[in-house]
Design a protein around this ligand. Structure first.
Ligand code: EPU
Length: 429
């Protein structure tokens, strides 16, 4: 089993390049099947979720060619199925974007019930509500969801009962080639929603209002293949910003959109960290003790839930008592707190609220990555802890962070990846 071995106490300094956004890439890759000619996607993150989705496309008949680690050319013309049947699809939540994309392409889609990070119930009722409004029937059989538009895939008004990234994107995908006008109200506003809209519009779609809570989509008959570059990853950038602050470092995070990072920067500044914005960089300097602050996760432009474990880890070594309120997911997203406690953090969780009492230092321990962002938080904890931390289940982290070990080593961290459990335990003694 792969592990990270982290010796804490190194101050991170230097520059780190941020990769393309996972949560944009995982919607844009399925969207390629809406085109009637090949697409070239650039600035893709080199992560396992992207590899899984291009593998699924290949299994459906698409021609997929990696030109380098970050650029892929996909010819969707040979796709000759409406079914995503591969076992692999179950492992990755984003495989549900094939529902909207296949509906747009051929009016029918059969996709395995999605998997993905396990931090609680993750319903898809809003996706199905949207597809129904567009004229679809659906059924669940043997773990597969089948959605089809037996008569006509047509535009409609859809009001989202909760702000959901996945359902907003899935309805955009289906509506891009539906007949007439679709209006999504109470839509999610995340940067990756805007990126998907830009991709679809570059292909010839007519999507307006992405980035606001009302998105209007006039369906078109044809979409063409294009070359498109994915936006930088907001959460990867935020993770390195927090790692810089936690280690009292001085790190310039490059290839970012500073506007996407404002809610994260604001919390760091409240904690006493200096954040300098450039055109496509942010420099994070921490040269004084960290102060407590309260955080509530919210849909964009609020503080992202995908940064909640990382900021909680930072607060665990700040002066004073902070409160973290998880308002997007249920309290399961605090499961990693047990791992942090093993390292000496003083955190109590009551439902959707964590009370974090800052301690002077954390101590290295054997811990596990419970999901992608929880894993990133444990890496940060290991970087600041006294002694050695051995982090297991790092496959979750590698679903979403490109070359995290190499990037941290370049910043001065003492971290390496090991596949040999016994040697690791010997090393700790
Ligand atoms: N929800 C419903 N019904 C639905 C869909 C969602 O009630 O049909 C609820 C969820 O239970 C949750 C809230 O709405 O309470 C928000 O869920 P959303 O649909 O926005 O989440 P998602 O699309 O499944 C994406 C990201 C997550 C990120 C959330 C929130 C991808 C592949 N995943 O998930 O990212 O936490 O949006 O921003 O885009 C991650 O990258 O680590 C990750 C988990």
């Amino acid at each position: 089993m792969e592990k990270y071995v982290i010796k804490g106490g190194c101050r991170l300094t230097g520059e780190v390049n941020i990769s393309g956004a996972k949560n944009a890439a995982v919607a844009i890759i399925p969207a390629v099947i809406l085109a009637d000619s090949p697409c070239r996607l650039e600035n893709l993150p080199d992560i396992s979720d992207v590899k899984t989705l291009t593998y699924i496309l290949e299994s459906m008949g698409a021609k997929v060619e990696y030109l380098d680690r970050h650029t892929v050319e996909i010819d969707p013309r040979p796709v000759d199925t409406d079914t995503v049947s591969d076992q692999v699809a179950r492992r990755i939540r984003a495989s549900y974007y094939f529902l909207g994309a296949l509906l747009g392409r051929c009016r029918r889609a059969v996709v395995p019930m999605p998997g993905g990070c396990n931090f609680g119930i993750r319903p898809i009722d809003q996706h199905l509500k949207g597809f129904s409004a567009l004229g679809c029937d659906y059924s669940l059989d043997n773990g597969m969801i089948a959605v089809s538009a037996p008569r006509d895939l047509h535009g409609a008004s859809v009001y989202m009962d909760v702000v959901t990234v996945g359902a907003t994107m899935n309805i955009m995908l289906a509506a891009a080639k539906a007949r007439g006008l679709t209006i999504i109200e109470n839509a999610a506003r995340e940067p990756h929603i805007v990126d998907l809209a830009n991709f679809l519009n570059t292909m010839g779609a007519d999507v307006r209002g992405a980035g606001t809570d009302t998105i209007k989509i006039h369906g078109v008959q044809k979409l063409r293949g294009v070359t498109y570059s994915i936006i930088p990853d907001q959460i990867e950038a935020g993770t390195y910003m927090v790692a810089a602050a936690a280690t009292h470092g001085d790190v310039t995070v490059k290839n970012v959109t500073p506007k996407h990072l404002e809610s994260i920067s604001a919390k760091l500044v409240e904690m006493g960290v200096t954040v300098e914005e450039g055109d496509d960089t942010v420099r994070v300097v921490c040269d004084r003790p960290l102060r407590k602050c309260n955080v509530k996760t919210m849909p964009h432009p609020g503080f992202p839930t995908d940064m909640q474990p990382q900021i909680t880890t930072l607060l665990s070594i700040a002066h004073g008592t902070s409160m973290v309120n998880e308002s997007v997911w249920e309290s399961n997203r605090f499961k990693y707190v047990d791992e942090l406690r093993r390292m000496g953090a003083q955190i109590t969780v009551d439902g959707k609220v964590a009370i974090v009492e800052g301690v002077d230092h954390l101590k290295g321990a054997p811990v596990r990555a419970l999901d992608l962002r929880a894993g990133a938080a444990m890496v940060i904890a290991g970087l600041v802890a006294e002694g050695t931390t051995v982090l297991e289940d790092v496959k979750y982290i590698e679903r979403g962070y490109e070359n995290i070990v190499e990037k941290l080593v370049d910043l001065g961290a003492d971290i390496y990846r090991s596949q040999e459990p016994d040697q690791v335990m010997d090393k700790i003694g």
